[in-house]
Design a protein around this ligand. Structure first.
Ligand SMILES: Cc1ncc(COP(=O)(O)O)c(C=O)c1O
Length: 416
């Protein structure tokens, strides 16, 4: 029997069964069709069954589908690494591939902790992270994620580091709001920096933890503080990377380069799991030596899978050649325009950035029954807790986007 994710299996009823996809539409076995409002966990940015991505996949499959990266190399891996270096913030010059966002985070934290050892520091192994942060489901990723339904069963075995609040005030917070949060960071760094390897954040938007948006000023200030106190700054762009926040990478809102950055999800456009952990030359160089002692001892079987690399390269080409950032700006404008017309006392906050919109409701009960309602209306959306959100594929038409927003509105407006 198939075991489903984040699911109380005793409560599983019959699930919609997808048999094919086209554009933003998922076709089901029972003849119904659903518009995907969340890009299959934020990955399927070009929609389903994209002919150009299919062709890239088949072309590579006809050469070789996989080869180990240990002791062997290949062009899809070399080309994708070079491409990622050229499009990410300047200074991230080295790329380590792995098979999922969570593993990309594990690799980043291993890099950060070993970096300090390699350059002769001892004891710098703790990690700072942010309240409501989410970085994946493997153990170290859970340790740097905030305590939540995702981690609770393991709270007695997780070794926690330090946790800080994001600044209040959203993207446009004023200097005073940001200062409160940066003062807290500086106070912690002053006291504990000799024990701290890294500060990990989801830059600009915390996704699974409730779609909380915060100011780029915080990232700028935190960048300076991390440098001042000898702590690596790590950006987890697994959810925000490849355009979701309106810039190709969320780091660009702040104009800073982290020491380590993790990409996943949309990198392979939903075709297969893959992730990349990028590092600066300073981090990379610390791993150089005459033996394995200083090397990065990590190597997932499917790292740099040629099919994944070929699709990722083609996906980036589409983003660049078909001016996706303009499409995303248009999606943002439509979401904002429509959200302005949503009004009920049950709404606590509306948050939008790029191709992402989230409505925080006063409690999760407000959204009970929503999934079934939206499916009846031909739309695929899955609230997280008390937050109803959309993160559509970037190829969505205005009509399809308005259909999703109308379904959200219909539900929200009838809540007393
Ligand atoms: C910010 C962030 N980091 C890491 C992950 C984990 O990625 P994966 O599910 O590919 O392991 C996620 C998944 O939602 C995420 O949102």
């Amino acid at each position: 029997m198939l075991w489903y994710p984040y699911t109380q299996m005793r409560q599983v009823s019959e699930l919609p069964k997808m048999v094919s996809g086209e554009g933003v539409t998922m076709h089901l076995e029972d003849g119904r069709s659903l518009i995907d409002g969340i890009s299959s966990w934020w990955a399927v940015i070009h929609g389903y069954n994209h002919p150009v991505l299919n062709a890239a996949l088949l072309t590579q499959a006809n050469k070789f589908a996989h080869v180990m990266l240990g002791g062997m190399t290949h062009n899809p891996a070399l080309d994708l690494a070079a491409k990622l270096v050229s499009i990410t913030p300047a200074g991230l010059n080295h790329v380590f591939f792995s098979d999922s966002g969570s593993i990309g985070v594990e690799v980043a934290l291993k890099m950060a902790i070993q970096y300090w050892k390699n350059i002769g520091y001892s004891g710098k192994s703790k990690i700072i992270s942010l309240r409501n942060g989410y970085h994946g489901d493997t153990f170290k990723a859970m340790e740097v994620s905030d305590d939540s339904d995702f981690t609770r069963a393991f709270s007695d075995v997780l070794t926690r580091g330090f946790i800080l609040d994001i600044p209040t005030g959203g993207f446009d917070a004023d200097a005073a709001q940001v200062k409160e949060a940066t003062d807290a960071l500086e106070a912690l760094l002053q006291q504990e920096h000799q024990n701290i390897a890294a500060f990990i954040v989801e830059p600009i938007v915390q996704c699974a933890g409730g779609f909380n948006i915060y100011s780029p000023l915080y990232l700028k200030a935190a960048r300076d503080l991390c440098t001042k106190y000898n702590v690596l700054f790590v950006f987890d762009e697994v959810a925000t990377g490849f355009g979701r926040t309106g810039k190709l990478f969320a780091a660009e809102h702040a104009g800073v380069t982290p020491d380590i950055m993790i990409l996943g999800k949309a990198m392979t456009a939903g075709y297969m799991g893959h992730a990349a952990t990028l590092a600066t030359t300073a981090v990379f160089d610390s791993f150089l030596g005459d033996n394995y002692e200083k090397a990065l001892m990590h190597g997932p079987t499917f790292m740099a899978n040629p099919l994944a690399c070929a699709v990722a390269l083609q996906s980036i080409t589409l983003i660049e050649e078909e001016n996706y950032l303009q499409k995303i700006a248009r999606i943002q404008a439509i979401i904002r325009e429509q959200f302005d017309t949503f009004s009920t006392p049950a709404i606590v906050a509306k948050r939008t950035i790029g191709a992402l919109g989230a409505i925080e409701m006063k409690d999760a009960a407000c959204l009970s029954g929503f999934k079934e309602f939206s499916q009846q209306k031909g739309v695929w959306l899955r609230p997280i807790g008390n937050v109803l959100y959309l993160m559509p594929p970037y190829i969505i038409t205005e009509k399809e986007l308005l259909t999703i927003l109308q379904v959200m509105k219909e539900w929200i407006q009838q809540i007393k």
